[in-house]
Design a protein around this ligand. Structure first.
Ligand SMILES: C[S@@+](CC[C@H](N)C(=O)[O-])C[C@H]1O[C@@H](n2cnc3c(N)ncnc32)[C@H](O)[C@@H]1O
Length: 334
């Protein structure tokens, strides 16, 4: 895009799903589905699971000048469809829509394609393993509140729980094998104020709410779609609080337990920094007798890092692929 001097040629562009390292013009309008810290406080930024929210969120006066929508396509095809459906409901017929992405996220599969409501895509530029595709909105459509949601009954250790998903939310329609190991080794005294870090569909919180004496559940995730899916999954009388945040949210109260199957990916790329930072900070969010319970792939170096932060750590379960570690607050003796 930089090579094609995109920003000076298209000053009135609305950005959809820009990656964390995208260098956008400072006053650009953008819709983010991930709450990357550097985007959250930008003046024309919306972080939400639908573009619809923008109608009530701001006075879209300067939006009248928008003549181009640029979508950074994610690797999940269904999520790209979800983004397109949002764009289709929000912008006027005739607006030009550009799709940009690399070979790795499957941009080629969107070339010469006709998506519902849009003209056939054609290639506008190619370079550096990336493509820029052009299409035009031909027919609008109201955005249905239910669009993209799906619901699945999942068997978890003898309990059938109903879980809601949106496109791109982790482990769609199944229980992840790491999460299963974690849930199979919950300490007997687990309860009270609990934080579910990187909640995804909310499956961990739902299981805890069903089987343990929880008083408050605090669910956090970087993805607005994960938070929206969790809100559906947990739509009960449990005392739940939701945080759309990059890392542990500042407003999180002191917790009895923090539980997680933490990420080591950001989109298609491996990223250890999120969990490193989480482990470095997590003790500050625990009550003085609080504990952390996490599951992770065998190859990840988290035990050493946990030992640096907690004197008292124990591997409570381990199989060919995963480990579950229990770490007690540094001030707790046993
Ligand atoms: C391995 S998944 C676990 C999801 C769910 N807890 C489960 O067990 O099915 C990790 C989750 O962390 C979220 N995540 C990624 N980066 C994050 C960040 N910087 N801050 C908070 N959550 C993040 C992802 O969106 C994803 O939902």
């Amino acid at each position: 895009m930089e090579r094609h001097d995109f920003f000076s040629q298209h000053p009135n562009t609305f950005f959809v799903n820009p990656p964390a390292d995208a260098v956008l013009p400072t006053d650009a309008w953008a819709w983010h589905i991930y709450a990357h810290a550097r985007f959250v406080n930008r003046p024309n930024s919306l972080v939400s699971h639908t573009l619809e929210t923008l109608r009530s969120h701001t006075q879209p006066v300067s939006m009248n000048d928008i003549n181009t929508v640029l979508i950074f396509i994610p690797k999940e095809k269904k999520l790209t469809g979800y983004l397109l459906e949002n764009v289709r409901s929000f912008f006027p017929v005739g607006i030009q829509v550009l799709l940009v992405g690399s070979k790795d996220v499957g941009i080629k599969s969107w070339a010469n394609k006709t998506m519902p409501g849009f003209s056939r895509t054609h290639t506008a530029a190619i370079g550096n393993h990336c493509q820029l595709l052009h299409t035009q909105l031909e027919e609008g459509n109201a955005f249905a509140q239910e669009y993209g949601f799906s619901r699945t009954q999942i068997e978890v250790l003898g309990h059938t729980i109903e879980v809601s998903f949106l496109p791109g939310v982790f482990s769609e329609h199944r229980l992840d094998a790491g999460t299963q190991l974690l849930l199979a080794h919950l300490p007997t005294d687990l309860g009270g104020v609990i934080c579910d870090f990187g909640c995804g569909s909310g499956i961990i919180s739902k299981f805890l709410g069903t089987t343990k004496p929880v008083s408050e559940l605090h669910l956090c995730d970087l993805s607005a779609l994960a938070i929206a899916a969790s809100q559906r999954t947990l739509a009960t009388d449990l005392n739940c609080h939701y945080y759309l945040a990059d890392g542990l949210p500042a407003q999180l109260p002191p917790c009895d337990w923090i539980i997680s199957n933490p990420p080591f990916h950001q989109g298609k790329d491996t990223n250890y920094d999120i969990t490193k930072q989480f482990i470095q900070k997590v003790a500050t969010k625990l009550k003085s007798n609080g504990s952390l319970l996490i599951v992770f792939n065998q190859f990840l170096p988290w035990p050493t890092l946990l030992e640096d932060q907690f004197q008292n750590i124990r591997i409570v379960a381990s199989n060919k692929s995963y480990k579950v570690a229990l770490a007690k607050h540094p001030r707790t003796r046993n």
